[in-house]
Design a protein around this ligand. Structure first.
Ligand code: EPU
Length: 420
């Protein structure tokens, strides 16, 4: 199994191009199942989760081709299997996102019920209840969600509680081909949800209220393929900016949408960084400055993202003073804490809150990656820890960060992969 070795290297500098957003690319790829003619997607990141999604679509009979610019053409005109098997769902929970499009277009789907994962139990009851409200008959048999509808789904009014990102996406994709009007209340407002809705509208869907917590969908009869480019990954961008903050460096992230990062950039400023934005770039300057502690509470967009919690936790570990980090989205998203403590961090977790006391230095150690963002936080800690940090189970990182070693090398970091 691969390991990443990170060596303390002082400052970083330069610029890094941000890839397309994983959490937008996945639902958009699944959304291609709704189109009767081929879709061409660009700015899709090359990640394990994207490969898994392509395998999943291919297993259904969808034809997939890549051109020399790595644009992906997805032809779902012939879908033979309406199933997401356990073998693929167990490696990627987002596979549940085929349920809405399969049911909406074909009136049937068989999708392995995702289990819990390292960061929480992550039920999908809201996805299922919403589709039942739209007229689907759903049972769970032998670990599979088996869904059927007699003809087209029917529009319905659905209130989602709590706010759910993939739940909103799945119900959106079920509703676009339903008969009549669907109203999704308390919908997730994440930019990735809006990107999916814009993609569906370009294919011929009629969704209004984009970017708000009420999405109104007038069902249409057909959707057709389009050319579409996925939005940049705000979490990847935030992770590199956090690397600059932690190493007291100046660096620029390019191919980003700074609006998607508003609250994160505000928190970087609270931590003492200078931030400069243009339409598609953000520069963070932390040279000759001391990190200040910032209190964080994770919440649905537009508030602070849970996917940036681990990275800010490492910033706080190295800040002068005390801070609290409250995680309100997932019940078990502090697994990086025990690894950071092994590197010399002073953190105590009580319930959903981490209490952090800044330390002067961290020390390299063998550590274990437990989920995607936790893994990123261990790389960040490794950039400043004295000595070598060896991160085990790096497959978590490969699920969500494209070319992470290459990108860090370009910025001057010492980070390399070893294979046992
Ligand atoms: N929830 C329910 N019932 C449901 C659905 C969700 O109770 O039917 C709960 C969850 O257990 C959780 C909360 O609602 O406590 C929010 O979960 P949500 O459904 O919004 O999360 P998700 O859609 O499974 C997506 C991202 C995550 C990101 C979260 C929150 C994708 C593929 N995944 O997950 O990304 O952390 O939204 O923003 O879009 C990551 O990229 O590292 C990652 C974990």
């Amino acid at each position: 199994m691969d390991k990443l070795v990170v060596d303390c290297q002082g400052r970083l500098s330069g610029s890094v191009e941000i890839s397309g957003a994983k959490n937008a690319a996945l639902p958009i790829l699944m959304g291609c199942l709704l189109a009767e003619t081929p879709v061409r997607l660009s700015n899709v990141p090359h990640l394990m989760d994207v490969t898994t999604t392509i395998q999943l679509l291919a297993s259904m009979g969808v034809e997939i081709q890549f051109d020399e610019h790595l644009t992906i053409e997805i032809d779902a005109s012939q879908v033979k299997e309406k199933e997401a098997p356990y073998e693929l769902v167990k490696t990627m929970r987002a596979s549940i996102l085929v349920l809405g499009p399969l049911l909406g277009r074909f009136g049937e789907a068989r999708v392995s019920l995702p289990g819990g994962c390292a960061i929480g139990s992550r039920p999908v009851n809201i996805h299922i209840e919403g589709m039942e409200k739209m007229g689907a008959e759903i049972v769970v048999e032998e670990g599979y969600i088996v869904a059927k509808s007699n003809g087209r789904l029917r529009g319905a009014e659905i209130v989602m509680d709590p706010v759910t990102v993939t739940g909103t996406e799945n119900l959106l994709m079920a509703a676009v081909l339903a008969e009549g009007t669907t109203i999704l209340r308390n919908a997730a407002r994440e930019p990735e949800v809006t990107d999916l809705a814009e993609f569906l509208n370009e294919m011929g869907a009629n969704i209004t209220g984009l970017g708000t917590d009420t999405l109104v969908i007038e069902g249409v009869e057909h959707l057709m393929g389009v050319d579409y480019s996925v939005i940049p990954d705000r979490i990847e961008a935030g992770t590199y900016l956090a690397a600059a903050a932690i190493t007291q460096s100046q660096l620029t992230v390019t191919n980003v949408n700074p609006e998607h990062l508003s609250i994160v950039l505000k928190k970087f400023e609270d931590a003492g960084a200078d931030i400069f934005c243009s339409d598609t770039e953000v520069t963070l300057d932390m040279r000759n400055k001391t990190l200040k502690p910032v209190d964080i509470r994770t919440d649905p967009y537009p508030l602070f993202p849970t996917d940036m919690q681990a990275q800010f936790l490492v910033m706080n570990v190295l800040a002068e003073g005390e801070s609290t980090i409250q995680e309100t989205i997932f019940e078990n998203r502090f697994m990086h804490v025990s690894e950071l403590v092994r590197m010399g961090a002073d953190i105590t977790v009580e319930g959903n809150t981490a209490y952090v006391k800044g330390v002067k230095a961290l020390f390299g150690a063998p550590v274990m990656a437990t989920d995607l963002r936790a893994s990123a936080s261990l790389i960040l800690a490794g950039l400043v820890a004295e000595g070598k940090t060896v991160i085990n189970r790096v497959y978590h990182i490969d699920r969500g960060y494209e070319l992470i070693e290459e990108k860090f090398h370009k910025l001057g970091a010492h980070i390399y992969r070893i294979t046992d």
